[in-house]
Design a protein around this ligand. Sequence first.
Ligand code: PLZ
Length: 454
Amino acid sequence: MTASTDHIAVDILPGGPALPQERRLVTAIPGPRSQELLERKAAAVPVGIGHTVPIHAVAAGGGVVVDADGNSLIDLGSGIAVTTVGNSHPKVVEAVQRQVASFTHTCFMVSPYESYVAVAEALNRLTPGDHEKKSALFNSGAEAVENAIKIARKHTGRQAVVAFDHGYHGRTNLTMALTAKTMPYKHGFGPFAPEVYRAPLSYPFRDGLSGAEAAKRAITMIEKQIGGDQVAAIIIEPIQGEGGFIVPADGFLPALVEWCRANGVVFIADEVQTGFGRTGRMFASEHFGIVPDLITTAKGIAAGLPLAAVTGRAEIMDAAHPGGLGGTYGGNPIACAAALAAIDAYETEDLPARATAMGSVIVDRFTEAQRGDARIGDVRGLGAMVAVEFVDPATGEPDAALTSAVAKAAIAQGVIVLTCGTFGNVIRFLPPLALGDELLNEALDIVTAALAAA
Ligand code: PLZ
């Protein structure tokens, strides 16, 4: 298996929830086989494609990932909020197998098929608001965002787009322009798409403003620097994801929506990371009582198969002329089959409620830890989307070194944790909702012990 000509053979094993739901370390992380594969990766894949956990996966199921050396790691990241229903959920596996044996592709723009339409119907039903809606399907979150902007521009006949501090919307040219943080996402990759403006966010832990004050600050900037009648769309994540799981102050999002309505501006909620039960509601917008004009989704929609969507008011969605939207693979039948199975699981297995329950376990643990540890500046989140922001107790400045040390130590102990934040000082928890309480607590024991030791 190590000969250089033998690279077609790939280690994969059966996964799914039947995999023992346990943390099991049989080697150091990475073990010898993962080490070997990491060397192959380094030789074959550009350094621009990084990785957080130094292993190679061979199987995953429920809430664990098994690596090439037989280590079983507890997953608190869900592949960045994707395998929310649990890795290789039986319903998803069955639906995908049935579809792949029936047909793999026709191109929806050539010969349409029912599963695409059924996914659109489900999204139109599940997203906030009881107005008439339509949905278009794409392959990635960035592609959904690109299309939402295209649709908003066509609908309004305007060009300017407003994104926010700490926002993340993708890595394509337009979505890089929308994304706030330069390293690692934008640095040296310009020029960026024009007519993108950045407004200040509501970041209660750092700005101390009420929602109304923060909204006024953003709206004043938009009116004075761009002009309300020039703006096609405002795009914002209801909870900023990559930017640090920033939950805006009450009233911030409703004030922005109200301003959009008054000015003929399309309000786009980017729910790529927050969608599909993650925050304890099907969509995070529901927590804030807002009804977006357009919603972008991806990640959790299809439990790991590449699928994304733009859903919104029918009259806005229909602004693009016939043939104006599309793409070869958008709404691929295998991804649609996975999405229908995943949506069925969200609805019939009461997963949003599970997200709420898991979230309070995590928040309680860190709120408790915060009492004796001034390095924990803030514990925040909604449902199973929880963040801990680390600071230097003396200055309140972000502590990225501590954050990275804690994450690395947890990973070495067999717990997959991710970091985020503009300042790199946030550990984020995005566990699969299939992870049991016992394993969740074991993983949190390891993270809190790593923090105590750091
Ligand atoms: N919008 C809100 O969170 C993807 C990025 C990982 P794609 N977030 C994970 C990385 O470093 O590339 C994301 C998101 C929000 C859009 C996107 C983009 O989704 O499916 O990665 O294109």
